[in-house]
Design a protein around this ligand. Structure first.
Ligand code: NAI
Ligand code: MG
Length: 361
């Protein structure tokens, strides 16, 4: 009997989101084919994004969350196009899903792959692998504030953008990060804030971190200010294992991390609803890259690696490991897209990953 397929909602959305999710879908279908019927994926594509906005005035259907609710996972591309203000496209689709489905833990691994030159001096002789854990439901992206407060007239406009930190929100993401740190060869968790300048929310975060750390005596800890952490990523990368930070700080640090590994196009990410009350969402870290969209040259590795995180989420651990190995084999063989200094197209990179999958399965 064929088991129930994993049902995946695909939302390619804008720009290279379309190209890289097509690549990830092709790779996962190859993974399923190699399983000889042990499992299958059933894809349903949703046409939401900036084109949908041009037609309907909204980024997704009004009952979009209801349409997505019963899927096993969401596979997302990237949202944003010059025709729509970025804050409207982001809040109307990606953040609407992350916040609507309480996907409060955003995990962004940074892998240093063979065959890719890192701008880091030390990368060659140090085994680097980081996981950035991002608080994904509050903090600086809580959407609290307003514009034109007090109607000060032309040239005197005022805007307030507040951050929201709750003890519950801090504690759950910090515990989540400690639990990940515990599974690693190097059991270390670095907490990042800017509590010298932001004396309320971030001091709460620091206090919760200190309290929760007592429950994890086997995990080494440190608290670092975000500016110092940016420097540390570059100067002492070997001292990092798992890094936990607020919504904005982790967003910035994960881009820095993937750039140090070679390109933003490599970075994968999972937005988890850890209680599994709602589907989790898997997506590359990068945006829609309007500067290269439609040319067939975008790097699909971030999206393919995100599909690998989805395999893990489905409990297909061996398949996820085989996919990670196939990605490493692809870069080691020198099949590199342009952002990594090569000349391979999106399709060529994707097909190479699929070929290397077979060798291991
Ligand atoms: P971006 O990530 O789209 O591009 C930054 C630079 O990296 C560009 O030069 C681009 O060509 C390059 N790049 C990114 N991904 C690549 C890949 N897979 N292969 C090769 N090169 C790649 O960020 P940008 O330019 O700041 O934003 C463009 C649009 O994307 C905006 O509308 C922004 O709001 C949106 N955005 C959406 C995100 C999401 O949906 N999660 C995340 C970040 C930005
Ligand atoms: Mg970002």
């Amino acid at each position: 009997m064929t088991p129930q397929p994993f049902r995946i909602a695909a939302i390619p959305a804008d720009g290279i989101g379309q190209e890289v999710t097509a690549a990830g879908q092709k790779v996962l279908d190859a993974v399923a084919k190699n399983s000889d019927g042990a499992f299958a994926f059933e894809w349903t594509e949703f046409p939401w994004g900036s084109d949908y906005y041009a037609e309907h005035g909204v980024m997704m259907a009004d009952d979009g969350l209801d349409q997505l609710r019963d899927f096993d996972a969401i596979y997302f591309g990237a949202v944003g196009w010059p025709s729509v203000p970025d804050h409207i496209s982001l809040w109307g689709l990606r953040l609407a899903i992350c916040q609507g489905f309480d996907q409060w833990a955003n995990v962004r691994p940074v892998h240093f792959l063979p065959g890719i030159t890192s701008p880091l001096r030390k990368a060659d002789d140090t085994k680097l692998e980081w996981i950035v854990v991002r608080e994904n439901s509050e903090g600086e992206y809580a959407g609290l504030g307003g514009r034109n407060l007090g109607a000060r007239g032309h040239g005197g406009e005022v805007a307030v953008q507040s951050s929201l930190f709750t003890e519950v929100g801090c504690e759950r993401i910090i515990r989540f990060a400690f639990d990940i740190a515990r599974t690693r060869d190097r059991r270390k968790l670095s907490s990042v804030t800017k509590s010298n300048a932001q004396q309320y929310g971030m001091v709460l975060w620091d206090d919760v971190f200190k309290r929760v750390a007592k429950d994890y005596p086997d995990v080494e800890t440190e608290s670092v200010l975000v500016d110092a952490m940016a420097a540390k990523f570059v100067l002492k990368p070997e001292e990092l294992s798992v890094v936990v930070a607020s919504n904005l700080n982790a967003d910035i640090l994960s881009d820095l991390g993937s750039a140090l590994a070679g390109s933003l196009g490599l970075a994968s990410s999972a937005n988890y609803n850890p209680e599994r009350r709602f589907p989790s969402m898997f997506e590359p870290v990068h945006g829609s890259a309007p500067d290269i969209a439609g040319q067939g040259i975008s790097n699909p590795i971030g999206a393919i690696a995100s599909a690998g995180l989805m395999l893990e989420h489905f409990g297909l651990t061996a398949e996820a490991e085989n996919l990670a190995r196939a990605i490493r084999a692809t870069t080691a063989a020198g099949v590199l897209p342009r952002d990594l200094g090569g000349s391979a197209t999106t399709d060529e990179v994707t097909d190479a990953v699929i070929e290397f999958l077979k060798i291991g399965s």
